[in-house]
Design a protein around this ligand. Structure first.
Ligand code: ARG
Length: 460
């Protein structure tokens, strides 16, 4: 059954018909579509367009469709309907007869799909947020387990300064918390009930929009019917929030790929998230992380598609907008999967303490601390920097670490240096002295962990 057709005299071209149909994709909205239909039927009854008896029939018909899909989701595959809205309407007609023909009074697929998408998106956001929290829980646990491990912090992928492994990991906790908050914002702007907007001008029937809002669990009503059916900015926000989360996930993935390589050896990935090579028996490849990194590109593509789809569209609804759902669903599925896999990686990765220890003892990670020490003795920082550069050059030439340079040699560079320099150069001091808020000192990291625990507990 077509939901339109009266003014047509010819059949639709079969290739175009397939091209036009979106049921294969938007059938995912079936429960939202039924929910919206139920609520809308009630308002029609209150407006005197359906009798109480007709409302009952429609309600039962819709409930039957819902039950059937729940029992046999396979029922949906291969159906030839134009889209999910026409599918529900057609099945309802088969079940309850001509009373179904009244359901779409003053109602258009334009506001219907805006409702379905918003309902679906609100649930999707909650699902993503639960998954982000769960990933952050495992990141927090990993940082608690390895509180005493010191690793090299890098800039330009060159060793820079020592940091606690926990401190490094908590950087990701912060990124994912911000992602979580961004999804909160997106939720707020999605939480507007559009029914009653009709095709674009607003319904010509006295639809009780406020009652619909309450029944469908929305915070507010859309305020302009043209806007309600034509913009998809809430989807852009979601996909862009997803893209940003994937930026963060892909950086974590890249770090773990590098840190778990034999060249670095800081981390060891578990067998559960790695694969072998069909040719080289020794290989253990970080495919889980590589896929996360790769899938980020896919979601960035979705963001660009969506923006391009919306750009320059004349008001109000245009069929181009039908393309939004594949983007939404694939973004959601990809993001949730990546978050789940990242969580498994975080739960199963081991840190190699011995390698970490060796790693931080080489390559002058404490050079800044020597400069800071000299500042403490009264030397201006720029001078101290210059001098330490020279000492490093000397140590490099003699292949010794800074803290193994004999005092007399230190003093040949500067008389300001005393034997307290060795304490200043110790790894423990390098960490301990970074005790500003947000720094890597153990006490600060402990505080950060405690804070993180509290932030995770919010809303639980
Ligand atoms: N399947 C369509 C979509 O997702 C439904 C809206 C149809 N509306 C219309 N005016 N043709 O965009």
């Amino acid at each position: 059954m077509k939901t339109w057709g009266g003014r047509f005299t010819e059949h639709m071209d079969s290739v175009f018909e397939r091209f036009n149909n979106s049921f294969d994709t938007d059938q995912r909205l079936i429960f939202e579509d039924i929910e919206g239909s139920m609520a809308y039927a009630s308002t029609l009854e209150r407006a005197g367009i359906l009798s109480p008896e007709e409302l009952k029939q429609i309600g039962k018909g819709l409930a039957d469709i819902k039950k059937r899909v729940e029992k046999d989701p396979g029922w949906l595959s291969g159906q030839k309907d134009e889209d999910v809205h026409s599918f529900v309407e057609a099945r309802l007609h088969e079940i309850v007869g001509d009373v179904a023909l009244k359901l779409h009074t003053g109602w258009c697929r334009n506001d219907q799909l805006s409702l379905d998408t918003r309902l679906c998106l609100k649930r999707a956001i909650i699902r993503v947020q639960v998954q982000i929290k769960s990933l952050n829980r495992s990141i927090l646990n990993l940082s608690k387990t390895h509180l005493d491990v010191i690793i090299p912090g890098y800039t330009h992928l060159r060793k820079a300064q020592p940091v606690l492994f926990s401190h490094y990991l908590l950087a990701y906790f912060e990124m994912f918390q911000r992602d979580y908050d961004r999804f909160d914002d997106c939720f707020r702007r999605t939480d507007f009930m559009p029914l009653g907007s009709g095709a674009l001008a607003g319904s010509g029937f006295p639809v009780d929009r406020e009652a619909l809002r309450k029944e469908l669990g929305f915070a507010q009503l859309t305020r302009n019917s043209v806007d309600a059916v034509s913009d998809r900015d809430y989807l852009v926000e979601f996909v862009s929030g997803a893209a940003l989360t994937l930026v963060h996930l892909s950086r974590l993935a890249e770090d773990f790929i590098i840190y778990s390589s034999t060249e670095f050896g800081l981390l060891e990935l578990s067998d559960t998230v790695t694969t072998g090579s069909s040719l080289m028996p020794q290989k253990k490849n970080p495919d889980s992380l590589e896929l996360i990194r790769g899938k980020a590109g896919r979601v960035f593509g979705h963001l660009m598609s969506l923006l391009t789809l919306l750009k320059g569209l004349p008001m109000a609804y245009n069929k181009d907008l039908q393309e939004d759902k594949e983007i939404l669903f694939d973004t959601l599925d990809t993001l949730v999967e990546c978050l789940q896999v990242a969580e498994t990686v975080a739960k199963t990765t081991n840190v190699n303490r011995t390698v970490a220890r060796e790693c931080v003892q080489r390559d002058f990670l404490n050079a800044t601390d020597l400069a800071d020490y000299l500042v403490g003795k009264g030397l201006p920082f720029r001078k101290a920097h210059e001098l330490v550069g020279k000492i490093v050059l000397h140590c490099e030439a003699h292949k010794i670490p800074l803290d193994a340079l004999p005092l007399a040699e230190f003093q040949s560079f500067s008389e300001l240096i005393g034997d307290d320099v060795y304490t200043a150069l110790s790894l423990e001091n390098c960490i301990q002295s970074r005790s500003v808020v947000g720094g890597t000192a153990r006490s600060r990291v402990l505080e950060a962990i405690e804070e993180a625990e509290k932030r995770l507990a919010i809303g639980e």
